[in-house]
Design a binder for this molecule. Sequence first.
Ligand code: WT7
Length: 675
Amino acid sequence: MSVNWSLPFDERVRTVSRSTTMTPREYEAMHERSLENWPEFWEGVASELPWHRRWDKVLDDSAPPFYRWFVGGELNACSICVDRHAAGHRASKPAIIWEGEAVADRGPTVRTMTYADVHREVNRAAWVLKHRYGVAKGDTVGFYMPMVPEFPIFMLAAVRLGAKFTVVFSGFSSDSLSERLNDAGAKVLVTADGGRRRDSVVRLKDIVDGALQASSSVKSVLVLKNVGNSVNMETGRDEYIHDALARAPADATVEPVSVRSDDPLFILHTSGTTGRPKGQVHDVGGYLVLLHATMRWVFDLNDDDVYWCTADIGWVTGHSYIVFGPLMEGATVLMYEGALDHPSPDRWASILERHKVSVLYTSPTAIRSFMKNGDAWAKAHDTSSVRVMHSVGEPINPEAFRWMRRNVGEGQVPFGSTWWMTETGGIMISVLPGLGLVPIKPGTNGFPIPGVEAAVVDEQGLPQKPFTRGLLVLKRPWPGMPLTIHNDPSRYKEVYWSRFPGSFFAGDYAVRDGEGYFWILGRADEVIKVSGHRLGTYELESALVQHPSVAEAAVVGVPDEVKGEAPVGFVILRVGANADAGLASELKALVREKVGPIATPREVFFVGKLPKTRSAKIMRRVIRAVAVGQSVGDVSTLEEEASVDEIRRAYADFRGEVSGAQDVAGRKRTDGRPL
Ligand code: WT7
C-alpha cells in the first residue's frame, strides 16, 4: 500500500481520509517503513513547520540520554500558533470558543475569539510581560489559573518573548504551588482572583498568597479579575491584569523572539513514587513536531472541525492538546470552564450539541461519570456532529468504551485510548483515524505512532510473549521527549534510562495481543491515578506524617468506580494518640490542605505495623493487595523489593492487622473482604 506521509499545512486535502481502513498487518508494515529511514522520517514531518531557521542536524545523539532534536533550527511557538493563522485566511476563523460554567436565564456565557483577536490579545499581554515585568528569553513565567481564555493567551505571550512557562494545576494547594514555582524558578506569576466550580468560587489568589509567604522566586503577580471577589493585593508585588493592560497601546505589537529548537518551552512537574515532583523540561522544536503529527494522525483534524479536549490546561493533556496542538493547526478549540455535569448531568452533551463539536478528547473518568447518570441524559442531545473521539489518562474499561460509542455520534465513531505521559510530550500509542484505521477493540490502545518504536519487555528487557504482561518501553528517542528533569539531570537518567539501557522506561505494565495491539494495564510503580491525575504516594505520605499523632504512613490506590483509583491511607500512630473517626477526618483534611483536593484520601486506616522488606522499604503492593482483597499471588510478579516468601508472610501478617483495624466509621473488618 502506498502511503502519503505528507501532512501539508495549508492544503486541507483529505488525502488520507478517516474512511481509510487497514488491517493490523498493513499498519505494521507502514510503521516499519517509518522506522527504516528514521530519523529522516521525522525530518519530513518537521519540514511542514514554518521554521525561522532550518536545523543543521535532525537528531543529536552524542550525549545519551540527553537527545536533542532539530539542532540548529530556530522557531517561535507563539508565531506558529497565532501569527501564521492571523495573517492568512484564518484571521476571522474562531480560534477559541470559550464557554463558562455558569448558566443564567439566557443560557451559558460564550466568548468567541478569532485568530485575529487572539493575535491582538497575545500581543498586548506580551507587551505587559515585556515592558512592565521585563520578561525575556531565559525567564520562567508561572501560571495558576482557572480555565479562561486569558490562560492560554498569557502562556502564548510568554512564549512569544522567548521565555518558558510553568503551569501548576489550580487544584493544588499553597504548599504544592510554592514548591513547583520555586523549583522552576518562576519570576512572574499569572493568576486570577478566583475560579468557578459548581456554583462556588475557588479563591485562587488566597492560595497564591499562602504559597508566596515563604521566600519565593516569584517577585510579581499578575491577577486576572475573573469572578470579582475581593482579594488581598500586595503593593509592589501584585497588579490586576486589566490595570497592566490599560497601559499597553491598543495596537501594541511585540515581535516574536526566535529560540532554538532545543531551548526549553515549559517545565511541568510530575509525581513519582519517591522524592519531590520532577520538573519535566520540554523543548520547542521536537514538541511542536510531535503535536503537528499527532493532531493529524490521531485526531484527523481538518479546517472545519470544532475540537474539544475536556482536560484542564494545568495538566500536560491541556498543554499539548488544548493549547499548542490545535492552535498550531489553526483549529477552532472549544474551551470549557467547569464541571462536565453541572448544573445538570447532560452539560457535556449539550456542549457537544450546541457547538457542533466534531472531534472530542476526553477521559475514562468523565465517561464513567456520564454512564453513571444514565443514557437518557446523552440521548437528550443530538451529538451526530462528533466524528472522532479519543480518551486518555488511564486504561478505559470496555463498558465505558462501549457506552460512549453507543451514546455519542452515530454509533460508529472511531474511538481510541491514546497512551502517553507527561514525559512523552504527546501521544505515542493510539489508533490513527487520520492515517488509516485498524479495527477497533474496546479498551485497546492500538499501535505506536509512525516514527516511535514501543515494546513490551520482560524483566531482562527481552520481548515479552503475546498475552503476557510485561513492561512498556520506548526503544528510540522521539521528538517531544524531555530535555531533562529540571535541576536534576542525573535523576532523569536514573529514572527513565537506566533500567533498560538505550530504552525509555515508561513505568507501565502492558500486554500485546495476538495481532500486536498494545493494551496498557496501568502503573507498574506506586503512582496513583485519581481521575486520570497522577499522584505520587510520597507527597501524600509526607502530608500525613506532618500530623503530630502520626508516626508512619503508607498510601495506596484502590479501585474506584468513577475515578479509576482513590487514595487510601494506612497510618501508624504515635504512642498515646487516639485512633478515632475524628483523627481520621483530620488526617484526610490535612492531605487536602497540603497537597490539594484531588489527593484527599477516601479512607484512613489505623494499623499497628506496615509490611516491609528486610531493607525497610514499605511494600505498598502488599498493602494494596490486602486493601482490594486480592491474593498476594497476583501481585508478586515483577516485585523486586522482596522475595516471594517474604511477600507472602508480610501479606498474611498485614491482612491480620487490617481485619482487626477500624475504618473511619468504626466498622470492623473481620471477613478479610476488600475494605
Ligand atoms: C500515565 C501518565 C498523557 C496525559 C495524561 C496522563 C496512564 C495515560 C493512558 C491510556 C492506559 C494511560 C499511564 C501513564 N495513562 N493514558 N490511554 N491507557 N493508561 O499523563 O499524568 O503523566 O500520566 O497515565 O499509566 O504512565 P500523566
